[in-house]
Design a binder for this molecule. Structure first.
Ligand code: AMP
Ligand code: GLY
Length: 423
């Protein structure tokens, strides 16, 4: 079996390592991959958004199955293009990926099908948005409609901040065309939970829940990042909450997409907030989360390739999707300065993987035998143990064995989860 994974971050590294547990895979390619992924796959310098080049490569190598992991190629139709050439693929087609590609689409979908989310207004005229903000409840949340690398969301504590956010999106085009339409929504409170789920349009098979840590610094201070660490499972996500989410959110979302003629096949990511009034959808993503994948897949006991193929074929109901009851913690080591300005090119030495500890490389390149940092988030240092406390301790012990001068990490990944689990 020849398998191709589109993407080149820590998430893709975790997907590739998990896929490779299946012995029928004889060739594994990553486009573009990175210097760390190169230990597990043949990396080819084709950008994840270069769809014609991806398709040409897949045809040339007679790829048997492709996995498109990042949002951009999914929204741009990479799966449609590969399918059109007869290459089976894991991931939603473009008309379903819009669930992440457009916040306006996803908010309107939730409203139409009664899926619980923050109340909201949509604006494509800046003056109207500013007028609305004169009397809107504060704090409020301003979101750019389109993809904005996870940065198109501004929580405004004052009216002035909210207005400045609207101006930066709609007038100064801080997120390009993504900000020409915006959503202004109700500010919600409560613990956040990420749930990734396989769905083929017939059934939804949720994976183990997880908790992301989005801010750059300890105690949730500093700038928003792509994610500085994760733990799984998320202690706030009890069985009772899981049942409610399945009934009120997961299945209704799958049915809604079917009813719209946009059947979603792939990994649907539910970003949830457990508010005092029940679970609410904060966001949908059309793909595996990063760094959620780095704690979720190590806990998966079923064969990932089999589940992905069944998802693509519409036969997910026939396969088992099983997770262990262990705990995982992933600590992201980022370049100093990330998510603002940082430098790359620092040499790194990493401890070898063992049975319950691994490093997923998010940003690195090779220079002969040397591995050099490349990018903001560089490593996802992960441990799996019987308890959350042990998993956190083991992940940090492994971080201590990494040599990377220019690296920094948060020191409190999992601390809040641990506190919650002890209540
Ligand atoms: P997103 O990029 O949509 O995941 O938003 C980034 C972060 O902003 C989320 O993880 C939440 O912490 C926060 N956020 C988004 N929407 C809301 C909301 N309506 N109320 C409170 N916080 C929110
Ligand atoms: N960790 C959040 C995301 O993947 O969007």
């Amino acid at each position: 079996m020849k398998v191709l994974v589109v993407g080149g971050g820590g998430r893709e590294h975790a997907i590739i390592k998990k896929l490779k547990e299946n012995p029928s895979i004889t060739e594994m390619y990553a486009l573009p991959g990175n210097g760390g992924i190169a230990s597990d796959a043949t990396c080819v310098a084709i950008g994840a958004k270069d769809i014609p080049a991806i398709v040409a490569f897949a045809k040339e190598k007679a790829i048997d199955f492709a996995v498109v992991a990042p949002d951009d190629p999914l929204v741009l139709g990479a799966v449609d293009a590969l399918n059109a050439e007869g290459i089976p693929c894991f991931g939603p087609t473009a008309n379903a990926a819009i669930i992440e590609g457009s916040k306006v689409f996803s908010k309107n979908l939730m409203k139409k099908y009664n899926i619980p989310t923050a109340s909201y207004e949509v604006f494509d005229c800046m003056e109207e948005a500013l007028r609305y903000l004169e009397s809107a409840p504060i704090p409020t949340v301003v979101k750019a409609d389109g993809l904005a690398l996870g940065k198109g969301v501004i929580i405004a504590d004052t009216r002035e901040e909210a207005m400045a956010a609207v101006r930066s999106m709609m007038q100064d085009k801080a997120f390009g065309e993504s900000g020409s339409r915006i959503v202004i929504e109700e500010f919600l409170t409560g613990p956040e939970v990420s749930v990734l789920a396989f769905t083929d349009g017939n059934v939804v098979r949720p994976m183990v829940s997880s908790m992301d840590h989005k801010r750059a610094l300890d105690r949730d201070q500093g700038l928003n990042t792509g994610g500085m660490g994760t733990v799984a499972p998320n202690p706030y996500y009890t069985e009772e909450v899981a049942e409610e989410c399945m009934e009120r959110i997961f299945l209704p979302t799958m049915h809604a997409m079917n009813a719209e003629g946009r059947t979603f096949r792939g990994c649907l990511y539910f970003g949830l907030m457990l508010t005092p009034n029940g679970p609410r959808v904060i966001e949908y993503n059309c793909r595996f989360g990063d760094p959620e994948t780095q704690v979720v897949l190590p806990l998966m006991e079923s064969d990932l390739l089999t589940v992905m193929q069944a998802t693509a074929n519409g036969t997910l109901a026939d396969v088992e999707v099983k997770f262990s009851d262990k705990h995982a913690c992933c600590v992201i080591v980022a370049s100093k300065g990330y998510p603002a300005k940082y430098e790359s090119g620092f040499e790194m030495e990493l401890p070898a993987d063992d049975a319950d500890g691994f490093i997923y490389v998010a940003g690195a390149k090779r220079d002969g035998e040397r591995l050099l940092s490349a990018g903001g988030r560089v490593l996802g240092v992960t441990a799996v143990k019987d308890t959350l406390e042990e998993a956190i301790r083991a992940a940090y012990a492994r971080v201590g064995k990494v040599r990377f001068e220019n690296g920094y990490c948060r020191s409190d990944i999992g601390a809040r989860a641990l506190q919650a689990s002890k209540k």
